[in-house]
Design a protein around this ligand. Structure first.
Ligand code: BGP
Length: 488
C-alpha cells in the first residue's frame, strides 16, 4: 500500500501564454487578442465572456483603440520571466506547466519559417527553469490561435489546420527536446463543448461548410482528437524518451435527485467527459455517443487511416484540470449536454461556491482521480487546481488569503487520500500560481496566485509582484512533501 506522496512528486504551478505573456507587439495576432473585457456590472456573476464569433472579432478590430483587451497585456511575464521563475524557485517548485504561443513561433500559423526571436524567448524561459532544477511541462496549444488560422480555415473546423498544427509541433519539439520532457497536446480539449471558439479556434458564424452548431462542435473535436494522436506519434518519433499527455477538464456530475431519470442524464454527461479520455488513452472510439450523434445529425468523418492513428497515438500519462463538480438534471430525451461551467440555477446544496459560482468540491477530486485510474491505469498529473478570489493588498504590502490556503489544504488532503486509495498521482500544478488574466472573463481581479500582481482590470498598476500568505504556506507544503498542511 502507498503511504503518501511519492518522493519525486512534481509540486509546482501552471499558467498559459495568452494569460501572462504580454509582449504582444513581438508576435502574430491571436483570437484571444480580440477578447474584450466586460466589467462585472455588465454581466451575470457566473457568466463566462470568452466565446467569440467572427462578427465580434470584426467589431473588436473596428474598436482597436477604444476597447480594453487584457490578453494583450497578460501579467507582463514576457519582461519579468526571470523574476517570476526566481519566485517559483523560492517556493521550491519542481515543475512549471506553461504554454507556448503558436503565433509567437508562426505569426500567421502558415508561415514557411518560424520566428527565431519567438523561439529564443522560450529557450531563455526553459534555461531559466532548468537553472533552478524546475522541470518545464509544455502545453502546445492553450486557447490562443493565430488569427489567420481562424480567418482562413476557421480553426479546427478544417482538416488543413491539423497539418499546420503538426508543423508547429514538429518545430518546437525538435528545438526543445533536450530541455522539455513533458508535453501536453491541447489544453482542456473538451472545453470545445462549452466554447467552440475558445478551444478550437472556430467561430460559429464563420463556418466554411454551413452552420449546424452541434456538427461544427464535434467536427472540431474530432479533428483535434486526430491532431492530438498524430502529435503523440510525431513527438515519440522525434524522441522516444519524451512523455506526452492529454489535458482534459475533468467533470464530475451528480444526479440532481434520486429519480432514476436523473441518473440517466448523469450517465450521459459523464460519458461526454469519458469520450475524450477513452479516445486519447485507449485509442478506441466509443459507441455510447452514437445515438446522440445521430439524433443531432452529427457526422464523424474518420477514415480507416484516422482510426489507425487514434489507436497508435495514445498518451503516456493523463492530465486533468479540476475546478468544480456539476449537477445533472433530467430534461427529457434525446439528452442535451449539461455543460462544464456552472449554472447557478443548479447549485449543489452540499457544496460551497466561489464568488463566481464555481463549486468547491475536494472530495469530488478524490472521486474523480479514482474513477480515472480505475478506468485507464495511467499515471495522473493534476495540471490545474486553483481558486479565484478577490484578494486585497494592504498598505504594508501583505496579502492575507486564508481562503486559498484552506482550499489547497482540503484539496491536497483529498489528493493524498486518493493516493492512499491506490491512485498513481505524480504531480500537481497549482493554477495561476501567480495572478493572471482570467480565461473566462478576462479579469485581473479574479485572482488565483500565491503571488499578487499589482495590476487592475484596466491595466493600471506597476505590475510588481508581492508574496501572499499562501506563498509561504505552499512553500512549506513542498518542503515537507505534502506532510505539513497545517494552516500556520
Ligand atoms: C481553465 C483554463 C485556464 C484557467 C482556468 C481558470 O479552464 O485552462 O486557462 O483560466 O480555467 O479559469 P478562469 O480564468 O476563467 O477563472
Amino acid at each position: 500500500m502507498k503511504d503518501g506522496f511519492r518522493k519525486d512528486f512534481l509540486w509546482g504551478g501552471a499558467t498559459a501564454a495568452n494569460q501572462i505573456e504580454g509582449g504582444f507587439e513581438k508576435r502574430g495576432k491571436a483570437n484571444t487578442d480580440y477578447l474584450q473585457f466586460i466589467p462585472s456590472d455588465k454581466r451575470r456573476v457566473d457568466q463566462a465572456t470568452f466565446s467569440q464569433s467572427w462578427e465580434s472579432i470584426q467589431e473588436s478590430i473596428k474598436h482597436e483603440s477604444d476597447y480594453n483587451f487584457p490578453k494583450r497585456r497578460g501579467n507582463d511575464f514576457y519582461n519579468r520571466y526571470k523574476e517570476d521563475i526566481a519566485l517559483m524557485a523560492e517556493m521550491g517548485f519542481k515543475v512549471y506547466r506553461m504554454s507556448i504561443a503558436w503565433e509567437r513561433i508562426y505569426p500567421t500559423g502558415v508561415d514557411n519559417e518560424p520566428n527565431e526571436e519567438g523561439l529564443k524567448f522560450y529557450d531563455a524561459v526553459f534555461d531559466e527553469c532548468l537553472k533552478y532544477h524546475i522541470e518545464p511541462m509544455v502545453t502546445i496549444l492553450h486557447y490562443d490561435y493565430p488569427l489567420f488560422i481562424c480567418e482562413k480555415y476557421n480553426g479546427f473546423e478544417s482538416k488543413e489546420t491539423i497539418d499546420f498544427y503538426l508543423k508547429y509541433v514538429s518545430t518546437i519539439v525538435n528545438r526543445y527536446q533536450n530541455k522539455v520532457k513533458y508535453w501536453l497536446t491541447f489544453n482542456e480539449i473538451n472545453m470545445t463543448l462549452q466554447s467552440i471558439s475558445t478551444c478550437s479556434g472556430a467561430m460559429p458564424d464563420h463556418s466554411r461548410y454551413g452552420y449546424n452548431k452541434e456538427q461544427l462542435m464535434f467536427q472540431c473535436i474530432h479533428n483535434m482528437l486526430l491532431a492530438s494522436a498524430k502529435a503523440v506519434k510525431l513527438i515519440h518519433n522525434i524522441n522516444p524518451n519524451l512523455k506526452v499527455g492529454n489535458m482534459i477538464w475533468k467533470q464530475l456530475y451528480y444526479p440532481k435527485t434520486m429519480n432514476p431519470k436523473e441518473t440517466l442524464q448523469q450517465r450521459f454527461d459523464m460519458n461526454l467527459n469519458y469520450y475524450f479520455f477513452d479516445i486519447m488513452c485507449k485509442g478506441v472510439v466509443p459507441y455510447y455517443l452514437d445515438r446522440y450523434f445521430s439524433s443531432q445529425g452529427i457526422v464523424r468523418d474518420y477514415t480507416n487511416a484516422d482510426f489507425k492513428d487514434l489507436k497508435e497515438g495514445t498518451v503516456d500519462f493523463i492530465s486533468i484540470s479540476w475546478y468544480m463538480s456539476n449537477v445533472s438534471e433530467y430534461k427529457g430525451e434525446p439528452f442535451k449536454p449539461t455543460g462544464l461551467l456552472p449554472d447557478m440555477t443548479r447549485n449543489n446544496p452540499y457544496l460551497k461556491a466561489t464568488d463566481w459560482g464555481w463549486s468547491v468540491d475536494p472530495i469530488g477530486l478524490r472521486i474523480s482521480l479514482n474513477q480515472i485510474y480505475e478506468r485507464y491505469h495511467l499515471p495522473i498529473f493534476i495540471a490545474e487546481l486553483g481558486i479565484g478570489l478577490h484578494d486585497k493588498k494592504n498598505e504594508d504590502n501583505s496579502i492575507h488569503d486564508p481562503g486559498r490556503i484552506e482550499f489547497f489544504r482540503e484539496n491536497i488532503l483529498q489528493i493524498k487520500e486518493a493516493i492512499l486509495d491506490g491512485v498513481d498521482v505524480f504531480g500537481l500544478a497549482a493554477w495561476g500560481w501567480i495572478d493572471l488574466v482570467s480565461s473566462s472573463t478576462s479579469e485581473m481581479s479574479k485572482r488565483y496566485g500565491f503571488v499578487y500582481v499589482d495590476a487592475d482590470d484596466e491595466g493600471n498598476g506597476t505590475y510588481d509582484r508581492y508574496r501572499k500568505d499562501s506563498f509561504y504556506w505552499y512553500k512549506k507544503v513542498i518542503a515537507t512533501n505534502g506532510e505539513d498542511l497545517s494552516n500556520s
